[in-house]
Ligand binder design. Structure first.
Ligand code: HEC
Ligand code: HEC
Length: 423
């Protein structure tokens, strides 16, 4: 079994207190031991009905019990804070837009509670791997902001992934709608089926998977609620997984709490220490003609600018050519997707290959090691064409790091609705 530290975190009383809906959290914390034959008592009328709150609806699979709340969690109507809806950056930052303008949800796959609930079950179901050992949640672990503490992740058969697992916070707000470090998946709906079939990650073929899922006792009902009938298809698997992943958004970090109290993201936040406010200033307006970190880590979702870019990690690309591997263009060599910085402090090591152990190393890199790659983003060159050096001093470095920590959303990473529903 893959070690999942989430299991130890999710029952802490602190975590519970943070969950917005106490009713919902209360009804799923009740441990349930149900045998195979009581599983059929799963009654589809109960799910929407709040008068059964206080009980779970456990359904046995061959080895792990699935426990879903009778009352569905809210995935479809998550209230976005005001600062996601309106762009309050000054005109001096013309690249900035409101977070909602980056939304990549297609009209053909809006998030529904039943669809995301099915997606959650699929996300944590080891049946999606060839030998029933590995789920999406094995490499995208909630307590590590849906990334993996290992530099490279281990697949179903013990092999290592080529690149680092990407944290899934705010995937909904990547403007390009493209996924993976090399952006080879054109949409999230396309992306979610690829790890299942990947020879290292899950090693499953989709025809077998459709048959296997159809045979589980808990899926017919979940598919019916999500799609109107119990038929399992690869398209429906993709739609549901994408809905769940898109529902994983962070809106309740210290950054958001402070931001709600001021007019502009550039104002000092009352809940921040001087050091955190200093770090925020350096991030947005580093001065000395240096480029804003926010120029590439854009909006208040802190997502990568579109298109993907090269930030000077290497002078030359030798073994990983980034998006050139999918576009075939030399001018794309060494360009990678920029992950959202939301929850970044929870998911070291950093960059596509996990080369930096901690945020200190990342800031050291921007401070003095940006390399002269042919495709280096022009933003990172000075007026003589040389790679710039931020040259942060010790105080500035600590401040920047403290600021990045304010993007950690403990409520999100403890939220039961994103957690493993199998026990
Ligand atoms: C064995 C580990 C492993 C498993 C299992 C796994 N992933 Fe991943 N995931 C990764 C790695 C590594 C990457 C980065 C790969 C790359 O970019 O080339 C990744 C990337 C992603 C991305 C791209 C994020 C972005 O911002 O571009 C998404 C979304 C994702 N995985 C979702 C899933 C889903 C859904 C499943 C289950 C169906 C899953 N993963 C299973 C390791 C894994
Ligand atoms: C020119 C665009 C650009 C600028 C400016 C920029 N970044 Fe980045 N950043 C990137 C790209 C691209 C990546 C991903 C590179 C990779 O993995 O190959 C990245 C990655 C990161 C990561 C690691 C994220 C992860 O999940 O591994 C951190 C942290 C980060 N940047 C912080 C900063 C800070 C702080 C600044 C300002 C001092 C900054 N960046 C300025 C483009 C930029």
């Amino acid at each position: 079994m893959v070690f999942n530290p989430l299991k130890q975190i999710r029952l802490k009383p602190l975590a519970l207190g943070l969950i917005s809906s106490m009713v919902l959290s209360a009804c799923i914390e009740i441990p349930q031991e149900m045998s195979e034959d009581t599983a059929s008592a799963n009654d589809s009328e109960n799910q929407e009905n709040s008068d059964t709150a206080g009980q779970t609806d456990p359904i046995s699979s061959s080895d792990r019990d699935l426990a879903l709340p009778n009352l569905s969690f809210n995935y479809a109507n998550i209230t976005l804070p005001e600062h996601f809806l309106v762009n309050n950056y000054p005109d001096s930052m013309p690249f900035q837009k409101a977070v909602v303008e980056y939304d990549n949800t297609p009209a053909s796959n809006p998030i529904t509670d039943a669809g995301a609930t099915l997606g959650r079950v699929l996300f944590y179901d080891t049946k999606l791997s060839a030998n029933d050992t590995t789920s999406c949640g094995s490499c995208h672990i909630q307590s590590f902001a849906f990334s993996d503490p290992e530099r490279l992740s281990r697949g179903f058969d013990g092999g290592h992934t080529r690149r680092r697992s990407i944290g899934l916070t705010n995937g909904r707000f990547y403007e390009s709608g493209k996924f993976f470090w090399d952006e080879r998946a054109g949409s999230l709906e396309e992306q979610v089926l690829l790890p299942i079939q990947d020879a290292v990650e899950m090693g499953m073929d989709l025809t077998t998977l459709v048959g296997l899922l159809s045979a589980q006792d808990y899926y017919p009902d979940l598919f019916t609620r999500a799609f109107g009938d119990s038929q399992v298809t690869r398209e429906r698997i993709a739609l549901a997984l994408a809905q769940f992943v898109r529902s994983i958004i962070s809106t309740t970090s210290p950054y958001d709490l402070g931001r709600a109290q001021v007019e502009s993201p550039l104002d000092d936040f009352p809940n921040f220490s001087n050091q955190e406010n200093q770090g925020k200033r350096i991030f947005n307006t580093p001065g000395n003609d240096l480029p804003s970190c926010a120029g590439c880590h854009q909006s208040e979702a802190f997502v990568g600018a579109n298109p993907a870019t090269n930030n000077g990690l290497d002078r030359r690309s030798t073994d990983d050519f980034g998006i050139a591997e999918s576009t075939g263009l030399e001018t794309d060599e060494g360009k990678f997707k920029t992950p959202s910085l939301r929850n970044v402090a929870l998911r070291p090591p950093f960059m596509h290959d996990g080369r930096f152990r901690d945020l200190d190393d990342v800031i050291d890199f921007y401070s003095r090691d940006i390399e002269d790659h042919d495709n280096l983003n022009p933003f990172l060159r000075d007026n003589r064409g040389q790679p710039i050096r931020y040259r942060f001093n010790r105080d500035e470095q600590r401040a920047l790091e403290a600021f990045l920590h304010t993007l950690t959303d403990t409520q999100m990473i403890n939220d039961e609705k994103y957690s493993d529903p199998f026990e």
